[in-house]
Design a protein around this ligand. Structure first.
Ligand code: URA
Length: 184
């Protein structure tokens, strides 16, 4: 289902400023999936424009990849109160939009445990699966590769997260089709 910018399907609509749609190249063969918009994202209407976004940008730079070459989205499209993690019922309500974001991709990069668990529907420890590829067919969108890695906010306190996230973005470059690839 296409994203409804006036969606009221879950309780997150009560406290949000706005629904935050995906950004970047919406027809890219690579999609990055984060957790949820934070305060800045809610104010500006774009994913990863706050503190975590700054770390993501550093990793994009180190990987030699432009953020404009990929699509960036979130597991839930509205900011949870006080930036708490989205609750299972909120992830479940927003899944119809997430599934839409996965269509016609070659690679889904799941950033952190909320994205990994939201996509796979089961608990995972990022430290145990970081930078592993798996083949998935999520809700019948077709077979696609999924790469699980750290959330950019983990880079703040964890050097390994930064190295792994950068490595994951470097791998993502190889999945860009020639018409959507660009480097910085
Ligand atoms: N900003 C986002 O858009 N998503 C996150 O997961 C974190 C910050």
């Amino acid at each position: 289902m296409p994203l409804d910018l006036s969606c009221r399907m879950c309780k997150l609509h009560e406290g949000r400023g706005r629904v935050v749609p995906p950004s970047g190249d919406l027809s890219s063969s690579v999609v990055l999936v984060g957790e949820a918009p934070g305060e800045k994202e809610d104010a500006l209407g774009r994913p990863f424009v706050g503190r975590a976004g700054k770390w993501l940008d550093k990793c994009f730079f180190e990987a030699g990849l432009s953020r404009d070459a990929v699509m960036i989205t979130n597991t839930v499209k509205c900011r949870p109160p006080a930036n708490r993690r989205p609750e299972p019922d909120e992830v479940a309500s927003c899944r119809i939009y997430l599934v839409e974001d996965l269509k016609n991709r070659k690679l889904v990069v799941a950033l952190g445990s909320t994205a990994i668990e939201g996509l796979l529907g089961r608990k995972m420890k990022v430290t145990e699966v970081a930078n592993q590829f798996i083949d998935v067919d999520i809700d019948g969108v077709g077979r696609v590769k999924m790469l699980m890695t750290f959330h950019p906010s983990a880079c703040i306190y964890n050097k390994e997260a930064r190295v792994k996230l950068t490595e994951a973005l470097r791998s993502a470059k190889g999945f860009l089709t020639s018409d959507s690839s660009s480097s910085c």
